[in-house]
Design a protein around this ligand. Structure first.
Ligand code: NAD
Ligand code: IPM
Ligand code: MN
Length: 329
């Protein structure tokens, strides 16, 4: 294909800064390769709330659906933090993931030799770390119902959410994770809280079954999330591929960024139906504390663009060239 339609969602905070840097890099990639990009801007998050009173308007959804791929920077900020739930930037991001069916979020944490000393951990602990977190992205306590804040029968207010997974949702993310592990070190660690949570008990059963049936060549290990959080710091090199639910994956991937040295280095790919576009987004947020100061690290966004070239646009050579350029820089 000669031309790729890519929707850009710059969002809020440092979003526009890192998006501008990334588009500049992609123009260079295209100039050196045999394809072109056709970029189209769309609104999400606080920027969309300010302009259209909707954190992910239908016009943005349509722009995404009509594209080959979507690049998203980040959303959120103090200005909207007190809004009701449906008028929050985060709600727009979740709606985008859900409506585009992006159930698999790949978050690689690879330590570059040049940045070993950037981590807060000892060099011998982090050097050589290469972990892929496969985070389920459209289920779990993020989307479960019922949810809300209510006044209980005793007159006291209570907040509640529902941590819930259907078997089919567990099975499809397990399939993605085994597929990823197969192409890497053939080692999969499934993270849950099966000693306490029923939803995790089902998670563990289904992940185990899927492995026995279809992926006997991948070594499967189960780990409770509290231990996993500890092991990631104690000895991160024991991990190759990690699979977990939405909430645990959110937390563990930010933790993994500290092995790499900076949250500003962690890219991600959000994938679903291969016929639809994937969304490529850094793991970090809008960093409102440094927005507008030209201090933000754009590499997580640029590396997310490399993941777009690899996973959505089938341009592995361009992806590798871009990653090599990041390593040299
Ligand atoms: P954050 O990731 O925005 O920032 C955490 C810390 O990391 C801050 O000190 C920030 O300055 C720093 N940081 C993050 N990205 C950086 C980069 N590229 N370069 C340099 N430093 C960077 O998390 P937060 O402060 O908890 O949340 C801020 C807002 O972002 C909130 O509104 C939150 O809901 C939102 N958020 C959005 C996303 C997303 O768009 N995917 C992800 C996480 C948080
Ligand atoms: C992320 C973010 C989002 C999440 C928020 C902003 C909804 O933290 O992309 O990691 O929790 O998924
Ligand atoms: Mn997060």
């Amino acid at each position: 294909k000669g031309e790729y339609a890519v929707t850009l969602l710059p969002g809020d905070g440092i979003g526009p800064e890192i998006m501008t840097a990334t588009v500049g890099v992609l123009e260079v990639v295209a100039a050196k390769a045999s394809f072109k990009f056709k970029f189209q801007d769309a609104l999400i998050g606080g920027a969309a709330l300010d302009a259209m009173d909707d954190p992910f308007p239908d016009t943005s959804l349509q722009a995404c659906q009509s594209s080959d791929s979507v690049l998203l920077a980040c959303i959120g900020g103090y200005k909207w933090d007190k809004n009701p739930r449906e008028k929050r930037p985060e709600t727009g991001l979740l709606k985008m993931r859900k409506t585009l069916g992006l159930f698999a979020n790949l978050r690689p944490a690879k330590v570059l030799p040049q940045l070993v000393s950037a981590s807060t951990l000892k060099p011998e602990v982090v050097s050589g770390v290469d972990i892929m977190v496969v985070r389920e992205l459209t289920g779990d306590v993020y989307f479960g119902t019922p949810k809300g804040i209510r006044t209980g029968s005793d007159g006291e207010r209570e907040g509640f959410n529902n941590m819930i997974y259907k078997e089919s949702e567990i099975r499809r993310i397990a399939q993605v994770a085994y597929g990823v592990a197969e192409k890497r070190g053939k080692k999969l660690c499934s993270v849950d809280k099966a000693n306490v949570l029923d939803v995790s008990q089902l998670w563990r059963e289904v992940v185990t079954e899927e492995g026995l049936r279809h992926h006997p060549d991948v070594a499967l290990e189960h780990m409770y999330v509290d231990n996993a959080a500890m092991q990631l710091i104690r000895n991160p090199k024991q991990f190759d591929t990690i699979v977990c639910g939405n909430l645990f994956g959110d937390i563990l991937s930010d933790e993994a960024s500290m092995l790499v040295g900076s949250l500003g280095m962690l890219p991600s790919a959000s994938l679903g139906d291969p016929r639809g576009p994937g969304v490529f987004e850094p793991c970090h947020g809008s960093a409102p504390d440094i927005a507008g100061e030209d201090k933000a690290n754009p590499l997580a966004m640029i590396l997310s663009a490399a993941m777009m070239l690899r996973y959505d646009l089938s341009q592995p050579q361009a992806a590798e060239a871009l990653e090599a350029a990041v390593e040299r820089t």
